[in-house]
Design a protein around this ligand. Sequence first.
Ligand SMILES: O=P(O)(O)OC[C@H]1O[C@H](OP(=O)(O)OP(=O)(O)O)[C@H](O)[C@@H]1O
Ligand SMILES: NC(=O)CC[C@H](N)C(=O)O
Ligand SMILES: [Mg+2]
Length: 500
Amino acid sequence: MCGIVGVVSNAPVNQLIYDTLLLLQHRGQDAAGIVTQQERKFFMHKAKGMVRDVFRTRDMRSLPGNCGLGQVRYPTAGNAFSEEEAQPFYVNAPFGIVLVHNGNLTNAHALKSELFVTDHRHINTESDSEVLLNVLAHEIERTTRGADLQPQDLFDAVRNVHKRVKGSYAVIALIAGHGVLAFRDPFGIRPLCMGRNDEGNVVVASESVALEGTGHLFDRNVNPGEAVFIDLQGKVHAQQCADAPSLNPCIFEFVYLARPDSVMDGISVYQARLNLGETLAKRVVSTVPPNEIDVVIPIPESSRPSAAQLAQLLGLPYREGFVKNRYVGRTFIMPGQAVRKKSVRQKLNVIASEFKGRNVLLVDDSIVRGTTSREIVQMARDAGARKVYMASAAPPVRFPNVYGIDMPTPNELVAHNRTVEEIREIIGCDALIYQDVDAMKKAIGSLNKNLAGFDASCFDGVYVTGDITDADITRLGASRVGGEEGMEDNSRLALPNHEN
Ligand SMILES: O=P(O)(O)OC[C@H]1O[C@H](OP(=O)(O)OP(=O)(O)O)[C@H](O)[C@@H]1O
Ligand SMILES: NC(=O)CC[C@H](N)C(=O)O
Ligand SMILES: [Mg+2]
């Protein structure tokens, strides 16, 4: 997942987009970009790195205009090292379009050759988002009937995009001289919401925290399949553009990706994590009697609400045993296993007194590759813990994700083709307790009865778009594995990108 934002305003938007990207930084740490528009001209700055590293004062000054887009990238297609794959992407025809994308196309490969052979369009990177932009541009070209573009032309174009494009996509595009177009895939896999303020700003963003944190009021979610067009006067036009839309948000957003203070598709992420802690508590009781646990310790950051709720329900003390270095980013979304492993130790340090001579229950939100849990269990033992139990607020991650979370190959997942006992041995804990898949869906689904379901593919192997073949998974995985190998040497942690 990445974080995306689009703004139409009566005043310069560069600072507002920057501030919004900072609030979405947890969704992507690899690259950042902003584009603004003034008098039909685009101004763009994008580069690898975190928001604070990418934008210097001189870059901000060169982003004039009252509307624009921004993106923070967590690569799930192509190569994380490529500066050219940072977003936004630009095409000059028709009208001039720039686009930001959160999600992952599962038929980008086929579309790329179709675009070349049939539409005579050239794609210059390995990014699926560049493919998506070119499909959109081609469809806008075809649907624009009069001398100038009308909202209905855009809605017809999005309808055609839904027919050609597969996978997950929350998209915001800026069309030069016209306004901002936002749309969401017909399954609503990745999030997108809108808000406004009294001064006439209209903002579209991945998470509600991005609206609230910049002084805007949450208005509504963009519906699955729906397209919204905000013209340059700030007037909002909207239309459903999919034949059979249904809301199936990615459940991993609630487990880990989103900020707990966001509300997504009517569900408070914080409440979702509390609920997960509650159901996990029941599972713990059936494996380890609570009187054999001295203390519950969260693995910062994302597991905190679940761990606190679990401890309260079991009547156990909840203590901080690991301190997080706030200057190290999220390890799971870092590219490459070597850098992720090194970062766990850099990021978390123990408070030994909380472990010495105690039976501790460590709680994490999820165990994916097992990088964090393996290190953490050893650190707890080194600090003198007697028994180390480990509980995960999410079920085992057994299947690759093809919709925008970077776990594309089954073999990298510690739970793939392994029993819980085998995983326990690898992680090295005394007992391992996982959430149950149905309990997880119920715990979160009970917070919004209007959901059709979830994309929970990494837990249950069911791909909501219904069209994922084994060959797709192998192809998507293979393209990313190449990138992973190249990423092992990434020394970004040691050398922050300050040379801009
Ligand atoms: O099994 P693994 O492959 O290690 O992945 C799972 C871990 O990664 C995430 O933490 P991360 O450090 O990314 O972010 P957080 O501070 O938000 O918890 C997640 O919260 C788990 O702790
Ligand atoms: N995680 C995402 O949303 C990634 C968007 C896009 N697939 C990219 O790799 O840039
Ligand atoms: Mg974590």
